[in-house]
Design a protein around this ligand. Sequence first.
Ligand code: AMP
Length: 223
Amino acid sequence: MDIVLLGPPGSGKGTQARLMLEGNKDLVHLSTGDLLRSEVKNKTPLGEEIKSLIDRGELISDVLISTLVRHWAHNNSARAMLFDGFPRTESQVIDFVEFEKNSARDFLVIELIVHNSNIIDRLARRCVCAVCGYIDQSVSIAGEDSNWVCPSCGSDEVVVRSDDRSEVVSERLATYNHEIISIRSRFDMLGAVRCEVDGSQSIQEVKNAIAQAVAQNKVNGRE
Ligand code: AMP
């Protein structure tokens, strides 16, 4: 069963995706944000085209995203797929559900619910390991001179995402809050199974709640 992790920026999708992958070789993860950032980092023609959109917290076009995701999904279809940061618009939902149906796959949608004020606080403290992408909240945004060491790979290179600046965060949140309404209703209209998890709990509690939602849906014969 494929899994779609929905939730506003900073709701913990990346952290939970990492935990879900640990010890589960049957699961493969796509973060569209990571995929796009690697294009920017590698200065590919696509990366050059989308850099300013990402920096401003704006969405990349549906056509481009759906093409990238279909290509990735085609190469990874032997395993269960975990989507994080996709779908982000109603049009992407339609495309995604069509892909799942045409490929005779099944999926579960899990939405992490976190209040906006909590998100703003989390993103102001978010930093990312420049080497392995581990997401941490232990240094402030001005924390370049901290003695940070990545708990996952031991690197001391920490970066703050260009789109985690406060003015961009409000833009991203506004976009999310607008799009999520039609995303939810389109998933419902298309008969998808959707669960909500309180993402303001501790990392371990969110992890357990997600595991419970997945297990429950397996019990219901949707493996
Ligand atoms: P994220 O890491 O998921 O917060 O994504 C970072 C940025 O990448 C977003 O603010 C968008 O500019 C872009 N992006 C990621 N996923 C999508 C998507 N599914 N559709 C459109 N733009 C996306």
